[in-house]
Design a protein around this ligand. Sequence first.
Ligand SMILES: [Zn+2]
Length: 271
Amino acid sequence: MIIDFHTHTFPDKIAARTIELLAEKGNVKPFREGTLSSLKESMKRSGVDYSVILPVATAVRQVESINRLAAELNGKDGIIYAGAIHPECENIDEILDFIKNAGLFGIKLHPDYQGVYFNDERVLKILEGAAKRGLYIVTHAGIDVAYPDDVHCTPDMVLEVLDKLGGVIDDKLILAHLGGCDMGEEVLKKLVGKPVYMDTAVVLDRYPETAEKIIRAHGTDKILFATDSPWADQKNFIDLLCGFGFSEEDLRLMYCENGKKILKSAKINTL
Ligand SMILES: [Zn+2]
């Protein structure tokens, strides 16, 4: 079984335009259309059994409708949703309750697109509230291609947050892009071995050697196979991870067992 723990979709009506804009802004290439149906086609083609969609609310007003959709589609056709929240939301507790009651496994944060730094008080409040409800938190980490000069979630910020929250979010935080996109060396120095999960989105082919070092140093029991589709090809990433020469057992952990453990908290019958 293969779980891709980091994918994105956009509403059919705006998918083409959004993908075009994001591709231009970040100078990146999409590997499929941005729609839900194109993700399902990619899964079939690549042999991915489950894709976790991580919706990013870039404004407070988007949160409610994203979460309603996430609650409705979660667990259907191999699609698993994270909930959305925005640091400027006033009703954080209410939103987190909704997400928990809807059976979602957690929330997605993207500090660069949400105008906050990861060590901001408002983020800390969300992290604490989520973890106390048993929800996981996936955050973008490291350099975002659209804002390369102003990193909103650095390894230092992560260390500060782990420290400030004193164990509350241990093993509940999932850092995308192996702890920090384009900051692999710093991740190796500062974050490997900390009580966090890391996903493999984007970086597997961006810097394979460093990626492999991070995975081995951090431990395969805390790594989640992920692509960031449409910004990477699911089949290509499966082959890349397979090509590093990890044992069958290590691969099983990364492709599915670690993800299954996290998703146990979600109400998905087939998993
Ligand atoms: Zn992403």
